[in-house]
Write a protein that binds this ligand. Sequence first.
Ligand SMILES: *[C@@H]1O[C@H](CO)[C@@H](O)[C@H](O)[C@H]1NC(C)=O
Length: 134
Amino acid sequence: MTSFNFNVVVFISLMVAAMAFYVSPQPTIYVVGDDDGWNIPGYPTFYDKWASIHDLYVGDSLQFNFKDDEHDVAETDEQTYDECNTDEADPDITKGGGIINLTTEGVHHFISTIKDDCQSHLKLAVYVNPSSSA
Ligand SMILES: *[C@@H]1O[C@H](CO)[C@@H](O)[C@H](O)[C@H]1NC(C)=O
C-alpha cells in the first residue's frame, strides 16, 4: 500500500515536471493590456504597469486588440515614443488583433499614431529578454 502510493506520487511528479519542461520554452502571444486591449488607458501609467508585470522573451509576440480605424500601432524609437512625434511613425498594424513578433532583445517602443492617442498615453515600452532557449 505504501509503495503503491509512493509510485503514484513519483509518477505524478514526473508528469508534472515533464509538462512544465515542455510548456515553458514555447513562444507566447501576449495580449497587450489584457482585457482592456489597446485603447486610451484609464490612467496614464496603465501600459507601464502592464509591461512591468510581463516577462517577455525574444520569440514571443504581442497582440494589439482595438477597433479598426480607432487606433493603430507603430514601433518607434525612444525619442519618437517620448515626444509622441507621430509624423515620424509609420503604422505596423492598422487592423485590430494584429501581431508583432519580438525578434530582438532590448526595449521596444510602440505608439498609436491616430489623433492624440499617444499624448493620451496609448503607448507601450517593453523590455524583451534574450531568448529563453539560448
Ligand atoms: C510572426 O510569427 C508568426 C509565427 O511564426 C508568423 O506566422 C508571422 O508571419 C510572423 N509575423 C510577422 C509580421 O513577421
